[in-house]
Write a protein that binds this ligand. Sequence first.
Ligand code: IMP
Ligand code: MG
Length: 175
Amino acid sequence: MIKVKDKEFVPFLSNEQILEKVKILARQIETDYQDKRPLLICVLNGAFMFASDLMKELTLVCEITFIKLSSYKGMASTGIINVEYDLADIKDRNIIVIEDIIDTGTTLNFLIDYLKKSEPESIKICTLLLKPSAVKHHVHADYVGFEIDNRFVVGYGLDYDEIGRNMKDIYQLKQ
Ligand code: IMP
Ligand code: MG
């Protein structure tokens, strides 16, 4: 058991389990993107560690860029999202969005619409974690590390109020 700020968390996914999954995802991406020079778009801040490990594992020619979004969640099902930091030219590129976690899918739905305006050749989604509520909102992820239940997680880039990103394992809120 560990404490992050005022909440208690229990071990959930070890760094070894995460890296094993990263390898599997990398092999899938390599199969789909040979000679396509994919452009990874890392969604900051949460996905930075995942994007780093995934890119190290990829053996094909690829590039990376970053986008920073902020979401101000009002009522449960709505969120207003701002682009705080924008990316390079993505026209005609094969994009793979790298996300840490998809919860309601609000962020991702916004991001896909936003990216489409710049006319990329293709867009696929790679997320380390997927919560079940995403299914309700018809959010489609092409590469999924782990489907998890609807409990708050922290570590490996994911934060609780900006704290806990540096932990190399992922922890789940203690029930
Ligand atoms: P969505 O827009 O509801 O899909 O939320 C996605 C964003 O919320 C993620 O990129 C995370 O920053 C954050 N988030 C959702 N669930 C968790 C969690 O369990 N731990 C930490 N951050 C989370
Ligand atoms: Mg966050």
